[in-house]
Design a protein around this ligand. Sequence first.
Ligand code: 1QQ
Length: 372
Amino acid sequence: MAMSRLAPLAAAAALLAWASPAPAQTVVKIGAALSMTGPAAAYGAQQKAGIQAAVDQINKSGELKGVKLEAVIEDDASTKEQGIAVFQRLINKDKVVAIIGPTLSNTATATDPLAQMAGVPVVAVSNTAPKGITDIGDWIWRVSLTEGQVIPGALKAAQAKLGFKTAGVLYGNDDAFTQAGYSVMKSALEAMGVKTVGTQTFAKPDRDYSAQLTALLGQKPDILVVSALVENASGIVAQARQLGYTGPILGGNGFNSPALIANAGKAAEGVLVGTAWNKVSTEKANQDYVALMKARGHEPDQFCTQAYVGVQVVADAMRLSGQHTRAGVKAGFLKVKDLPTPLGKFSFLPSRDGDHAPAVQVVKDGKFQIMQ
Ligand code: 1QQ
Protein backbone atom coordinates (compact mmCIF):
# COMPACT_ATOMS: atom_id res chain seq x y z
CA MET A 1 0.00 0.00 0.00
CA ALA A 2 2.71 2.45 1.08
CA MET A 3 4.77 1.48 -1.92
CA SER A 4 1.99 2.10 -4.39
CA ARG A 5 1.31 5.55 -2.91
CA LEU A 6 4.95 6.56 -3.11
CA ALA A 7 5.66 5.12 -6.51
CA PRO A 8 4.14 7.96 -8.55
CA LEU A 9 6.09 10.48 -6.45
CA ALA A 10 9.33 8.69 -7.04
CA ALA A 11 8.59 8.52 -10.75
CA ALA A 12 7.87 12.26 -10.84
CA ALA A 13 11.09 13.02 -8.97
CA ALA A 14 13.09 10.89 -11.37
CA LEU A 15 11.50 12.63 -14.32
CA LEU A 16 12.25 16.08 -12.87
CA ALA A 17 15.87 15.17 -12.22
CA TRP A 18 16.17 13.98 -15.80
CA ALA A 19 14.36 16.97 -17.33
CA SER A 20 16.28 19.70 -15.49
CA PRO A 21 19.99 19.23 -14.88
CA ALA A 22 19.56 22.52 -12.88
CA PRO A 23 22.93 24.27 -12.75
CA ALA A 24 23.59 25.78 -9.31
CA GLN A 25 22.13 29.28 -9.28
CA THR A 26 22.42 32.06 -6.73
CA VAL A 27 19.23 34.03 -6.28
CA VAL A 28 19.99 37.75 -6.13
CA LYS A 29 17.22 40.06 -4.97
CA ILE A 30 16.64 43.50 -6.43
CA GLY A 31 14.19 45.59 -4.41
CA ALA A 32 11.77 48.15 -5.78
CA ALA A 33 9.76 50.77 -3.91
CA LEU A 34 6.99 51.83 -6.28
CA SER A 35 3.85 53.94 -5.95
CA MET A 36 1.21 51.26 -6.56
CA THR A 37 -1.40 53.30 -4.65
CA GLY A 38 -1.87 57.03 -3.96
CA PRO A 39 -1.50 59.99 -6.33
CA ALA A 40 1.42 58.44 -8.27
CA ALA A 41 -0.17 55.00 -8.80
CA ALA A 42 -0.42 55.49 -12.58
CA TYR A 43 3.38 55.59 -12.76
CA GLY A 44 3.93 52.67 -10.36
CA ALA A 45 1.88 50.19 -12.39
CA GLN A 46 4.00 50.89 -15.47
CA GLN A 47 7.24 50.70 -13.50
CA LYS A 48 6.30 47.30 -12.11
CA ALA A 49 5.66 45.98 -15.64
CA GLY A 50 9.08 47.28 -16.78
CA ILE A 51 10.96 45.71 -13.87
CA GLN A 52 9.30 42.32 -14.30
CA ALA A 53 9.97 42.33 -18.04
CA ALA A 54 13.66 43.14 -17.51
CA VAL A 55 14.15 40.53 -14.78
CA ASP A 56 12.48 37.82 -16.91
CA GLN A 57 14.51 38.84 -19.95
CA ILE A 58 17.85 38.85 -18.14
CA ASN A 59 17.15 35.51 -16.44
CA LYS A 60 16.15 33.99 -19.75
CA SER A 61 19.25 35.29 -21.52
CA GLY A 62 21.58 33.68 -19.00
CA GLU A 63 23.88 36.69 -19.26
CA LEU A 64 24.44 36.72 -15.47
CA LYS A 65 25.99 33.30 -15.37
CA GLY A 66 24.98 31.40 -12.23
CA VAL A 67 22.77 34.26 -11.00
CA LYS A 68 19.00 34.36 -11.03
CA LEU A 69 17.48 37.78 -10.40
CA GLU A 70 14.38 38.09 -8.26
CA ALA A 71 12.41 41.34 -7.98
CA VAL A 72 10.96 42.24 -4.58
CA ILE A 73 8.39 44.91 -5.42
CA GLU A 74 6.71 46.87 -2.62
CA ASP A 75 4.14 49.69 -2.60
CA ASP A 76 5.45 53.02 -1.25
CA ALA A 77 1.87 54.42 -1.38
CA SER A 78 3.26 57.69 -2.88
CA THR A 79 4.20 58.82 0.65
CA LYS A 80 7.43 59.42 2.56
CA GLU A 81 6.21 57.40 5.57
CA GLN A 82 5.38 54.26 3.61
CA GLY A 83 8.52 54.74 1.51
CA ILE A 84 10.66 54.68 4.64
CA ALA A 85 8.96 51.50 5.92
CA VAL A 86 9.51 49.80 2.54
CA PHE A 87 13.18 50.82 2.34
CA GLN A 88 13.79 49.49 5.85
CA ARG A 89 12.23 46.14 4.91
CA LEU A 90 14.14 45.84 1.64
CA ILE A 91 17.45 46.77 3.30
CA ASN A 92 17.19 44.75 6.53
CA LYS A 93 14.78 41.87 5.87
CA ASP A 94 14.99 41.09 2.16
CA LYS A 95 18.68 42.03 2.01
CA VAL A 96 18.40 43.26 -1.56
CA VAL A 97 21.57 44.18 -3.50
CA ALA A 98 20.02 47.35 -4.90
CA ILE A 99 16.79 49.33 -4.69
CA ILE A 100 14.94 50.72 -7.69
CA GLY A 101 12.74 53.73 -6.93
CA PRO A 102 11.03 55.22 -5.07
CA THR A 103 8.62 56.58 -7.68
CA LEU A 104 8.42 60.18 -6.46
CA SER A 105 11.30 62.61 -5.82
CA ASN A 106 9.28 63.71 -2.81
CA THR A 107 9.52 60.21 -1.31
CA ALA A 108 13.19 59.83 -2.32
CA THR A 109 14.22 62.82 -0.22
CA ALA A 110 13.10 60.79 2.84
CA THR A 111 14.10 57.24 1.82
CA ASP A 112 17.43 57.61 0.05
CA PRO A 113 19.36 58.78 3.15
CA LEU A 114 18.51 55.36 4.71
CA ALA A 115 20.09 53.50 1.79
CA GLN A 116 23.06 55.85 1.80
CA MET A 117 23.66 55.11 5.50
CA ALA A 118 23.24 51.36 5.04
CA GLY A 119 25.46 51.20 1.94
CA VAL A 120 22.75 49.98 -0.43
CA PRO A 121 22.81 51.21 -4.05
CA VAL A 122 19.68 53.05 -5.17
CA VAL A 123 18.72 53.52 -8.81
CA ALA A 124 16.17 56.28 -9.28
CA VAL A 125 14.17 55.54 -12.41
CA SER A 126 11.58 58.34 -12.24
CA ASN A 127 12.95 61.02 -9.87
CA THR A 128 13.43 64.18 -11.91
CA ALA A 129 14.01 66.89 -9.28
CA PRO A 130 17.48 68.13 -10.27
CA LYS A 131 18.65 68.66 -6.68
CA GLY A 132 18.21 66.61 -3.52
CA ILE A 133 18.44 63.11 -5.06
CA THR A 134 21.87 61.93 -6.25
CA ASP A 135 23.56 64.58 -4.12
CA ILE A 136 22.34 62.65 -1.03
CA GLY A 137 25.47 60.54 -1.47
CA ASP A 138 27.61 58.13 -3.43
CA TRP A 139 25.19 55.17 -3.15
CA ILE A 140 22.43 57.10 -4.95
CA TRP A 141 22.36 56.81 -8.76
CA ARG A 142 19.78 57.83 -11.32
CA VAL A 143 18.59 56.61 -14.72
CA SER A 144 15.80 59.22 -15.17
CA LEU A 145 16.71 62.51 -16.84
CA THR A 146 16.03 65.52 -14.61
CA GLU A 147 13.61 68.32 -15.42
CA GLY A 148 16.76 70.43 -15.95
CA GLN A 149 17.91 68.02 -18.69
CA VAL A 150 14.52 67.92 -20.45
CA ILE A 151 12.39 71.05 -19.98
CA PRO A 152 14.61 73.81 -21.42
CA GLY A 153 14.95 71.84 -24.68
CA ALA A 154 11.24 71.00 -24.77
CA LEU A 155 10.31 74.67 -24.30
CA LYS A 156 12.71 75.71 -27.07
CA ALA A 157 11.37 73.08 -29.48
CA ALA A 158 7.81 74.16 -28.67
CA GLN A 159 8.67 77.83 -29.16
CA ALA A 160 10.32 77.13 -32.52
CA LYS A 161 7.00 75.60 -33.64
CA LEU A 162 4.54 77.91 -31.91
CA GLY A 163 6.39 81.19 -31.42
CA PHE A 164 4.92 82.11 -28.00
CA LYS A 165 6.05 85.30 -26.22
CA THR A 166 4.12 85.13 -22.94
CA ALA A 167 3.39 82.31 -20.49
CA GLY A 168 1.06 81.56 -17.58
CA VAL A 169 2.60 79.18 -15.06
CA LEU A 170 0.83 76.79 -12.67
CA TYR A 171 2.57 74.42 -10.24
CA GLY A 172 2.01 72.21 -7.20
CA ASN A 173 3.62 73.78 -4.14
CA ASP A 174 3.50 70.70 -1.85
CA ASP A 175 5.80 68.29 -3.69
CA ALA A 176 9.58 68.19 -4.25
CA PHE A 177 9.19 67.31 -7.96
CA THR A 178 6.48 69.86 -8.85
CA GLN A 179 8.39 72.63 -7.06
CA ALA A 180 11.70 71.70 -8.70
CA GLY A 181 9.99 71.50 -12.10
CA TYR A 182 8.55 74.96 -11.58
CA SER A 183 11.94 76.46 -10.82
CA VAL A 184 13.40 74.90 -14.00
CA MET A 185 10.45 76.23 -16.04
CA LYS A 186 10.84 79.72 -14.55
CA SER A 187 14.53 80.01 -15.39
CA ALA A 188 14.10 78.43 -18.84
CA LEU A 189 11.32 80.90 -19.75
CA GLU A 190 13.46 83.79 -18.49
CA ALA A 191 16.46 82.60 -20.47
CA MET A 192 14.31 82.44 -23.61
CA GLY A 193 12.97 85.95 -23.07
CA VAL A 194 9.38 84.68 -22.61
CA LYS A 195 7.42 86.93 -20.25
CA THR A 196 5.60 85.14 -17.42
CA VAL A 197 2.30 87.03 -17.09
CA GLY A 198 1.07 85.11 -14.06
CA THR A 199 2.04 82.30 -11.66
CA GLN A 200 -0.45 80.25 -9.64
CA THR A 201 -0.16 77.26 -7.29
CA PHE A 202 -2.25 74.30 -6.10
CA ALA A 203 -1.75 71.29 -3.79
CA LYS A 204 -2.03 67.54 -4.49
CA PRO A 205 -5.48 67.07 -2.87
CA ASP A 206 -6.99 69.92 -4.97
CA ARG A 207 -9.48 69.01 -7.70
CA ASP A 208 -10.81 72.46 -8.66
CA TYR A 209 -8.35 74.79 -10.35
CA SER A 210 -10.87 77.28 -11.74
CA ALA A 211 -9.75 80.22 -9.56
CA GLN A 212 -6.10 79.81 -10.56
CA LEU A 213 -6.90 79.18 -14.23
CA THR A 214 -9.32 82.12 -14.43
CA ALA A 215 -6.64 84.42 -13.00
CA LEU A 216 -4.00 83.10 -15.44
CA LEU A 217 -6.24 83.13 -18.51
CA GLY A 218 -7.30 86.71 -17.70
CA GLN A 219 -3.70 87.66 -18.55
CA LYS A 220 -4.10 86.11 -22.04
CA PRO A 221 -0.88 84.02 -22.03
CA ASP A 222 0.32 82.53 -25.35
CA ILE A 223 1.10 79.23 -23.54
CA LEU A 224 0.27 77.55 -20.22
CA VAL A 225 3.23 75.86 -18.55
CA VAL A 226 2.35 73.36 -15.79
CA SER A 227 4.31 71.36 -13.21
CA ALA A 228 1.97 68.70 -11.77
CA LEU A 229 1.58 64.98 -11.08
CA VAL A 230 -0.75 63.26 -13.53
CA GLU A 231 -3.98 63.35 -11.49
CA ASN A 232 -3.74 67.11 -11.02
CA ALA A 233 -2.40 67.57 -14.55
CA SER A 234 -5.45 65.84 -16.05
CA GLY A 235 -7.87 68.08 -14.13
CA ILE A 236 -5.92 71.22 -15.00
CA VAL A 237 -5.90 70.42 -18.72
CA ALA A 238 -9.61 69.52 -18.76
CA GLN A 239 -10.64 72.61 -16.80
CA ALA A 240 -8.47 74.99 -18.86
CA ARG A 241 -10.32 73.79 -21.98
CA GLN A 242 -13.69 74.07 -20.21
CA LEU A 243 -12.83 77.70 -19.47
CA GLY A 244 -12.38 78.23 -23.21
CA TYR A 245 -8.57 78.14 -23.44
CA THR A 246 -7.53 76.75 -26.82
CA GLY A 247 -3.80 77.59 -26.75
CA PRO A 248 -0.86 75.28 -26.11
CA ILE A 249 -0.14 73.63 -22.74
CA LEU A 250 3.33 72.33 -21.90
CA GLY A 251 3.77 70.00 -18.95
CA GLY A 252 6.73 68.60 -17.01
CA ASN A 253 7.48 64.94 -16.37
CA GLY A 254 4.25 64.41 -14.43
CA PHE A 255 2.40 64.66 -17.77
CA ASN A 256 4.35 61.74 -19.23
CA SER A 257 1.65 59.14 -18.58
CA PRO A 258 -1.09 57.82 -20.87
CA ALA A 259 -3.34 58.35 -17.81
CA LEU A 260 -3.32 62.05 -18.79
CA ILE A 261 -4.98 61.23 -22.11
CA ALA A 262 -7.30 58.63 -20.57
CA ASN A 263 -8.46 61.13 -17.91
CA ALA A 264 -8.56 64.39 -19.88
CA GLY A 265 -9.76 62.90 -23.20
CA LYS A 266 -10.00 65.37 -26.10
CA ALA A 267 -8.85 68.22 -23.83
CA ALA A 268 -5.36 66.66 -23.88
CA GLU A 269 -4.98 67.15 -27.65
CA GLY A 270 -2.03 69.46 -28.37
CA VAL A 271 -0.43 69.04 -24.92
CA LEU A 272 3.36 69.14 -25.19
CA VAL A 273 5.75 67.24 -22.95
CA GLY A 274 9.46 66.54 -22.95
CA THR A 275 10.34 62.87 -22.51
CA ALA A 276 13.31 60.66 -21.74
CA TRP A 277 12.02 57.95 -24.08
CA ASN A 278 11.88 58.34 -27.84
CA LYS A 279 9.47 55.48 -28.37
CA VAL A 280 9.87 55.52 -32.16
CA SER A 281 13.66 55.27 -32.03
CA THR A 282 14.86 52.75 -34.59
CA GLU A 283 17.88 51.73 -32.51
CA LYS A 284 18.01 47.96 -32.08
CA ALA A 285 17.79 48.03 -28.27
CA ASN A 286 14.54 50.01 -28.53
CA GLN A 287 13.05 47.89 -31.30
CA ASP A 288 13.84 44.71 -29.34
CA TYR A 289 12.26 46.22 -26.21
CA VAL A 290 9.11 47.34 -28.04
CA ALA A 291 8.75 43.84 -29.51
CA LEU A 292 9.32 42.23 -26.09
CA MET A 293 6.65 44.38 -24.43
CA LYS A 294 4.25 43.68 -27.28
CA ALA A 295 4.79 39.96 -26.83
CA ARG A 296 4.05 40.41 -23.11
CA GLY A 297 0.79 42.19 -24.02
CA HIS A 298 1.81 45.43 -22.32
CA GLU A 299 1.72 48.93 -23.81
CA PRO A 300 4.75 50.62 -22.23
CA ASP A 301 5.13 54.30 -21.36
CA GLN A 302 8.25 56.25 -20.43
CA PHE A 303 8.05 55.09 -16.80
CA CYS A 304 7.91 51.42 -17.80
CA THR A 305 10.91 51.92 -20.06
CA GLN A 306 13.00 53.74 -17.46
CA ALA A 307 12.26 51.02 -14.88
CA TYR A 308 13.27 48.36 -17.43
CA VAL A 309 16.54 50.22 -17.97
CA GLY A 310 17.06 50.50 -14.19
CA VAL A 311 17.22 46.69 -13.96
CA GLN A 312 19.42 46.51 -17.09
CA VAL A 313 21.89 48.92 -15.48
CA VAL A 314 22.02 46.94 -12.21
CA ALA A 315 22.61 43.71 -14.16
CA ASP A 316 25.31 45.37 -16.26
CA ALA A 317 27.00 46.64 -13.09
CA MET A 318 27.09 43.07 -11.72
CA ARG A 319 28.53 41.80 -14.97
CA LEU A 320 31.19 44.54 -15.06
CA SER A 321 32.28 44.10 -11.44
CA GLY A 322 31.90 40.32 -11.46
CA GLN A 323 30.14 40.60 -8.09
CA HIS A 324 26.51 40.43 -7.03
CA THR A 325 26.90 42.24 -3.73
CA ARG A 326 25.87 45.78 -2.78
CA ALA A 327 29.47 47.00 -3.06
CA GLY A 328 29.87 45.10 -6.33
CA VAL A 329 26.84 46.79 -7.87
CA LYS A 330 28.12 50.21 -6.82
CA ALA A 331 31.60 49.48 -8.18
CA GLY A 332 30.04 48.31 -11.45
CA PHE A 333 28.02 51.52 -11.86
CA LEU A 334 31.32 53.39 -12.25
CA LYS A 335 32.06 51.25 -15.32
CA VAL A 336 28.69 51.37 -17.09
CA LYS A 337 29.39 53.05 -20.42
CA ASP A 338 27.29 53.40 -23.58
CA LEU A 339 25.05 50.52 -22.52
CA PRO A 340 22.55 49.88 -25.34
CA THR A 341 19.09 50.46 -23.84
CA PRO A 342 15.66 51.45 -25.15
CA LEU A 343 16.44 54.98 -23.90
CA GLY A 344 19.53 55.10 -26.11
CA LYS A 345 23.17 54.48 -25.23
CA PHE A 346 23.28 54.91 -21.47
CA SER A 347 26.11 56.21 -19.27
CA PHE A 348 26.24 57.92 -15.89
CA LEU A 349 27.52 61.47 -15.46
CA PRO A 350 30.10 62.17 -12.72
CA SER A 351 27.14 63.43 -10.64
CA ARG A 352 25.68 59.85 -10.84
CA ASP A 353 22.77 61.19 -12.90
CA GLY A 354 21.81 59.58 -16.19
CA ASP A 355 23.02 60.75 -19.56
CA HIS A 356 21.24 60.13 -22.86
CA ALA A 357 19.25 62.14 -25.40
CA PRO A 358 15.70 63.39 -24.56
CA ALA A 359 12.82 63.92 -27.02
CA VAL A 360 9.65 66.03 -27.21
CA GLN A 361 6.15 64.69 -27.72
CA VAL A 362 2.74 66.11 -28.43
CA VAL A 363 -0.69 64.53 -27.85
CA LYS A 364 -2.27 63.92 -31.24
CA ASP A 365 -5.26 61.71 -32.07
CA GLY A 366 -5.39 60.51 -28.47
CA LYS A 367 -1.72 59.42 -28.37
CA PHE A 368 1.69 60.79 -27.46
CA GLN A 369 3.52 61.34 -30.75
CA ILE A 370 7.20 62.21 -30.99
CA MET A 371 7.69 65.72 -32.41
CA GLN A 372 10.15 65.48 -35.31
C1 1QQ B 1 9.27 62.93 -9.64
C2 1QQ B 1 8.61 62.76 -10.96
C3 1QQ B 1 7.20 62.27 -11.05
C4 1QQ B 1 6.40 63.00 -12.02
C5 1QQ B 1 7.15 60.92 -11.64
C6 1QQ B 1 7.17 59.81 -10.84
O1 1QQ B 1 9.23 63.00 -11.96
O2 1QQ B 1 8.65 62.80 -8.59
O3 1QQ B 1 10.47 63.25 -9.67
